[in-house]
Design a protein around this ligand. Structure first.
Ligand SMILES: Cc1cc2nc3c(=O)[nH]c(=O)nc-3n(C[C@H](O)[C@H](O)[C@H](O)COP(=O)(O)OP(=O)(O)OC[C@H]3O[C@@H](n4cnc5c(N)ncnc54)[C@H](O)[C@@H]3O)c2cc1C
Length: 372
């Protein structure tokens, strides 16, 4: 749905035509020029806001400052949910205002009432940019809201910027080998989703405050086809919290087999770290898919990322290059991972990992004895 950034050239010898794909105009129609402001959909579930909403609030603030407009958070939920408390948090992370829709049918996410709530708010208050987390909920909602509004949506962005007055949303393409920047020129709002941890968490400012604008939903339970009968937590639900882990030890195909991959677990145990892996390792069945880091896995931003036997392919790199410190262990001194790792160990991971595990164990034991 998004339009190309530049108008296409006209036929040979003709003047430049302002035309986008299929000859459609790339000019913003007059009635859409009134759309102003940057919005963030604040995702919450069972009393907790998803941190990606605050990461996006930080980005929204930067975009809005460039455009010299306000930032608003959007909160949809049941009357007994802590929406006012979430709004206060939103101000601390950079919002100037929150649009709130409270209705019993908004308790627990369902596509139909959330799509109606959000599209009605957009049609009434007319934001120029709308950001959502690329989570299960955000992806579901963004798609239906964009289609209902008939506007462009760029999914899984890795960078957001302003070009002129338009949102320049950058995302990987062609299997991660290229980055493309997509702009929605002739429609509003310009919508984008961003995966958790792609953007950094902004600093809180507890002194900031803001307004609340309430709007009714105008929908009753009988209008909704999907029924939420009960919530049963999945007993087998994966508790891997890779995206928000402070330390990650990741293993790659260089570890040769599943038995050697256990060395990654041993170091992780000593450091209280999470275990990550490349796609090659997941495909080999050495660990579960939830641990895959990269373009088709998780995006991570730990304080320390140790990569053992990982080549550093672009599809892996995009998921972990935001780490504060990257330590790479690889036998090949020309492995691509050494181009962006902060510290490199050229060596056999099967020898280096046990040495690191033992060294950290001794060091941490000494510190614990000193404290005691
Ligand atoms: C559309 C698409 C999406 C993808 N998404 C992802 C993704 O999300 N995440 C991801 O990780 N990949 C992804 N990939 C795959 C990616 O391109 C690489 O193939 C993959 O990351 C390679 O994994 P690896 O580094 O474990 O293995 P390899 O590329 O095989 O690298 C192994 C490395 O180990 C080193 N090594 C060998 N022996 C030792 C030893 N004894 N000690 C230390 N080092 C040693 C080698 O020098 C080599 O550098 C994707 C690919 C495509 C096409």
């Amino acid at each position: 749905m998004s339009e190309p950034a530049k108008p296409a050239a006209g036929a040979a010898g003709g003047a430049l035509k302002t035309a986008g794909r299929s000859g459609r105009s790339t000019e913003l129609p007059e009635h859409l020029k009134a759309y102003k402001g940057v919005w963030v959909f604040i995702e919450h579930d069972r009393g907790h806001v998803h941190p990606v909403s605050w990461e996006l609030m930080g980005e929204a603030r930067k975009l809005a400052d460039k455009l010299q407009v306000d930032v608003a958070g959007v909160l949809l939920g049941g009357p007994d949910e802590a929406l006012d408390a979430f709004a206060k948090e939103a101000y601390a992370y950079g919002a100037d205002r929150c649009y709130v829709v409270r209705d019993p049918v908004l308790k627990g996410y369902r596509n139909e009432p959330f799509t109606k709530g959000l599209t009605d708010l957009v049609n009434k208050f007319q934001p120029e940019i709308m950001l959502l987390g690329a989570t299960t909920m955000g992806r579901d909602l963004a798609g239906s809201v964009a289609t209902t509004l008939g506007t462009g949506l760029t999914a899984d962005c890795t960078e957001l910027n302003i070009d002129g007055r338009a949102l320049a949303a950058t995302r990987p393409t062609f299997g991660g080998s290229l980055l493309c920047t997509i702009m929605t020129l002739a429609y509003r709002p310009q919508m984008a989703t961003v995966r958790p941890r792609v953007m950094s968490m902004p600093r809180r400012d507890e002194t900031r405050g803001g307004d609340i604008v309430e709007m009714p939903l105008g929908m009753v339970e009988a209008d909704i086809v999907t029924k939420l009968l009960d919530f049963i937590p999945d007993a087998n639900r994966n508790t891997v919290n890779l995206a928000y882990a402070d330390i990650i030890i990741s293993g790659g195909k260089g570890l040769k087999n599943a038995e050697n991959f256990r060395l990654v677990w041993e170091l992780a145990k000593v450091l209280g770290a999470e275990v990550g892996a490349t796609r090659a390792v997941v495909q080999a069945g050495w660990t579960e898919a939830e641990r895959q880091v990269g373009q088709t896995g998780k995006t991570v931003r730990p304080k320390l990322y140790i990569a053992a036997g990982i080549s550093g392919a672009i599809q892996h790199r995009v998921g972990m290059e935001g780490s504060d410190v990257i330590v790479a262990i690889n036998t090949d001194p020309n492995a691509p991972i050494f181009d962006f790792a902060h510290h490199g160990i050229v060596g056999n991971a099967m020898q280096v990992l046990p040495v690191l595990t033992q060294a950290f164990r001794t060091h941490l034991d000494k510190r614990i004895r000193k404290v005691a």
